[in-house]
Design a protein around this ligand. Sequence first.
Ligand SMILES: Nc1ncnc2c1ncn2[C@@H]1O[C@H](COP(=O)(O)OP(=O)(O)OP(=O)(O)O)[C@@H](O)[C@H]1O
Ligand SMILES: O=C(O)[C@H](O)CO
Length: 523
Amino acid sequence: MAAALQILPCLLRAPSRPFLWGPPVARMTSGVALAEQARQLFASAVGAVQPGPMLQRALSLDPSGRQLKVRDRSFQLHENLYLVGFGKAVLGMAAAAEEVLGQHLVQGVISVPKGIRAAMEQAGKQEMLLKPHSHIQVFEGAEDNLPDRDALRAALAIQQLAEGLTANDLLLVLISGGGSALLPAPIPPVTLEEKQTLTKLLAARGATIQELNTIRKALSQLKGGGLAQAAYPAQVVSLVLSDVIGDPLEVIASGPTVASSHSVQDCLHILNHYGLRAALPRSVKTVLSRADSDPRGPHTCGHVLNVIIGSNSLALAEAQRQAEALGYRALVLSTAIQGDVRNVARFYGLLARVAAARLAPSTAGRSSEEEAKLHQLAAELRLPDLQLGEALEAVAKANGPVCLLAGGEPTVQLQGSGKGGRNQELALHVGTELGRQPLGPVDVLFLSGGTDGQDGPTKVAGAWVMSDLVSQASAEGLDIATFLSHNDSYTFFCRFRGGTHLLQTGLTGTNVMDVHLLIFRPQ
Ligand SMILES: Nc1ncnc2c1ncn2[C@@H]1O[C@H](COP(=O)(O)OP(=O)(O)OP(=O)(O)O)[C@@H](O)[C@H]1O
Ligand SMILES: O=C(O)[C@H](O)CO
C-alpha cells in the first residue's frame, strides 16, 4: 500500500496562505476547469485541518517552560509528561506535539495507519514526521482501516505505558478518526478475528458509527473510557480531531478517555436490529453477559480533560472562504449529512434541479411541486443543521456561479463484492440523479471526497460528476446501474474517461469525515 500512496503537494498547504490556484470562475470555460476548481476547494478544506496548526493552537508551554497550557488549563511539568495516540491524523499531531513539548516529553507510543510515514516522506512533508531521535515509538497497522495484529501490538504498548503512570504524571492522548481500528484490545476470550468479523458485518449492514462504536466499546479493554482508567491516577489530557457528526467525544475513536453511557441492553438492541444476535460467537456472549456486573463498574473519567481541536465545520468554513475568493456565492448547507447514500443522492439531485431552475428561471421554469418534494426529503433525512431555505435564497439572489458546501458521512449498505467507497458511490448516484431531466443552461458539478484521502478500501479520496455522466457513461458502454448493484463504484470511475473523475490525493494526514461540493455555473 505504501508504495501507492502519494500526496498532492497542494493538499497540504497551510490554510492561511492566499489562494493562488486557477483563474476566477467567471473566466472559466470548460467542465474540466470547473472540476479543477472543485478539486482545489476540496484541497483547501483539507488544508484547514492539517494536524500541525490545529495542535499548535491548542497546546503551548508557558515562558518558564514549567507549565503546559491546554486552552485555559495549566499543568505542572517536571519530567512527568507522556504521550500516546491513535488515528489517521495522529502522526502529524504527534510531530507537532513533539515540536511544542521538546525535552519535556519523557516517552510516547502512537498507532498510525500502515504506510503513512512512507507516504509523508514521499510527499516531502517533513512537518508530519517525527524527529530522528524521537522519544515517541511508532506502530503502523490497521491496513484498510481494519484492526490487525500490528494494531493489537500497538494497543498493548499503549496500555502498558498508561498502566505504568503515577499520580504525578501527565498523559497527553492524541485522538483522531480511524482510532478505533488502530487501538484494538479485545476483552478475553474475544479474539481479534472475532471482533474484526463482527465489525465488518455491522459496517456492511449499514450500522452507523454510533452503533458500531457502542459494540466496539463493550468488547474492548481500552475503548469507552478504558484507556483513561488504565492511566489513572495520572492526569489525562486528550486532544481530539473529530470525524463524527456533532463531535461526540464518546463516539470518536470509541471514546477511550470518555466514560461510556451505554449498557449491554444497548448492544443487544443493535445486534438484534442487524440480525446478528443469534449468530454471535460464544466469547462475545460471555463478555456481554459479564459487562453489567463488571466489578470495576463503569469507567469514571474525572481525571480527564477532553478537548476537540478540529472538525468538519472548520474545513468547510475554509473552503467557503476560498470559493468566495474565486467569485462564487458560497454557503455551507450542512456539516451533518448522514443517511443512506441513495437518499442523500436523491436529495442532492432534487436540490440541483430546484437550484438550477432558480438560477435560470426563464428557461427551466420553477416547479413548486419539486420544491415541496425537496423539503420533504430534507425532513426525512433529519439533518439537524441544514440551511436549505438559506441556500435556495442564496441561489435565487445569485447572478453568477454558486457553490454549496456540505460535510458528514452517509452510509452504504453493501450488497455486492465490488470495490468502492461511500464517496464514489454517492457521486455515482448523484450523477444518475442529475441525468434524470435537463437542468437548463447551467453547468452542475458534484464532488464527494473523504478528507483522509482514502474512500473505503480504495486508494482514492472520492470522485466528481457532472450532469452528463449518464450519457457519457453509456457512450463508453458503461452501465451505471450494474456497477452500483455490486457496490463497484471504484471500478466504474477507473474505467470512466480514463479515471479522470477520480479524486486522487493520497493519504492526507488528517481526517474530518467527507466533504461534498455542489457547484452551479450558469452558461
Ligand atoms: N465496495 C464499496 N462500495 C461502497 N462503500 C464501501 C465499499 N466497501 C466499503 N465501503 C464503505 O466504506 C466505509 C469504510 O470506509 P473508510 O475506511 O474510509 O471508513 P471511515 O468511516 O472513513 O473510517 P474512519 O471513520 O475510521 O476514518 C464503510 O462505510 C463501508 O460501508
Ligand atoms: O475510529 C473510529 O471509531 C471512527 O473513525 C470514528 O471516530
